[in-house]
Design a protein around this ligand. Structure first.
Ligand code: F6P
Length: 365
């Protein structure tokens, strides 16, 4: 390896900088290569916006949240959206321009750090002849092919801390406290943080909830010694037979406009109509994605970054590095397209939750 490039695409999460640092240090220390950072995802490749990455410039970033390279989930080079002179949106294919930049930078390979969408773009460039190694990233932990993505554990820890705080205030006021966390299609964050935080009810997208079942659980608690209830709900959760309410985060987005009130608020209204207790909703939103990564995510990011450079040195392109506990393995990028790793409805975590009295809002089975 003589010269390698790296970009981060899609939504950020904690641990991205650990990956950037690991790729940079491994490429330099093990292979004597130069490392070029591309700014703002694929935009950096299209418009030739780069920064040199060295052991010095990546010093002290292991613990830093976000990405020093910047990111965007809007810059798809195959369908790039811009405003023309009249303010109208035009869509152009700038993939050839990105390929030209890649060649002019004389890169031996590109490390693409991202979620499903970003990795799919990486695969498209691989098919055009660009040597690509993917590194999986999403706080949702719903990427196929890897046991865990970095950023997930950090998000779970943040959500768990929030649960601990909701517990004390919920108990003091005898209220129903709802925490809405991220997870559009998969309920991993809600499930793990709900278990860790002692939620009484956990609602995930994979199990459309039955309102009667949820209300019965709250009523049962009201009759007991601790009348308060803590509900963990994933943003993608929905009622049986109902539509998904939260689109994105912090509420519903209609035509790009943020509206107050996602699933957490909707559920609160449903419960208020049936239960005499006060109900409060907290939407955790992007707090889950910011800040310093947990030790687990720092280690995972470092392992994936180092393994990605080793894979490139061996010429194993068109692959993604992945955690198959306890190993880091390679998965072909071609096997990932369009797959989302949701929570299987008979997963052991769900079993552990129900065995310990957590209500998952399941309908009649
Ligand atoms: O996919 C990661 C994720 O954080 C989701 O959990 C969430 O729905 C979405 O991204 C938020 O995206 P944005 O930052 O564009 O609001």
């Amino acid at each position: 390896l003589k010269r390698v490039g790296i970009l981060t695409g899609g939504g950020d999460c904690s641990g991205l900088n650990a990956v950037i640092r690991a790729v940079t240090r491994t490429a330099i220390i093990q292979y004597g290569a130069e490392v070029v950072g591309l700014e703002d995802g694929f935009d950096g490749l299209v418009f030739n916006r780069t920064m040199p990455l060295t052991t010095r410039s990546t010093k002290d970033i292991l613990t830093l949240g976000g990405t020093i390279l910047g990111t965007t989930n809007k810059g798809n080079p195959f369908a790039y959206r811009e405003f023309d002179d009249r303010g109208e949106i035009v869509v152009r294919d700038l993939s050839a321009q990105a390929m030209a930049t890649f060649r002019s930078l004389e890169l031996d390979c590109l490390f693409v750090v991202g979620g499903e969408g970003t990795l799919e773009l990486g695969y498209k460039f691989q098919q055009m002849g660009m040597p690509v190694v993917g590194i999986p990233k999403t706080i949702d932990n719903d990427l196929f092919g890897t046991d865990y993505t970095f950023g997930f554990q950090t998000a779970v820890q943040v959500a768990c801390d929030a649960m601990d705080r909701l517990h004390t205030t919920g108990r003091s006021h005898d209220r129903v406290m709802i925490l809405e966390v991220m997870g559009r299609n998969a309920g991993w964050i809600a499930l793990e943080a709900g278990l860790a935080g002692g939620a009484h009810i956990i609602l995930i997208p994979e199990i459309p909830y039955n309102l009667d079942n949820v209300v019965t659980k709250i009523r049962h608690r009201i009759r007991g010694k601790s009348p308060f209830s803590i509900i963990m709900v994933a943003e993608g959760a929905r009622e049986e037979g109902g539509e998904r309410i939260t689109q994105g985060t912090a509420g519903t987005r209609l035509q790009g406009v943020e509206q107050l009130g996602g699933i957490g608020f909707h559920l609160a209204n449903q419960i208020r109509e049936r239960i005499p207790l006060e109900v409060r909703t907290t939407v955790l939103g992007h707090i889950q994605r910011g800040g310093s990564p947990t030790a687990f995510d720092r280690v995972l990011g470092t392992r994936l970054g180092a393994a990605a450079v080793d894979a490139a040195a061996r010429g194993d392109f068109g692959t993604m590095v992945a955690l198959k506990t306890p190993d880091i393995v390679l998965v072909p990028l071609s096997e990932l397209a369009g797959l989302c790793r949701t929570v299987p409805v008979d997963h052991q975590l769900l079993r552990a939750a129900e065995a310990t009295g957590v209500n998952l809002g399941r309908g009649a089975m």
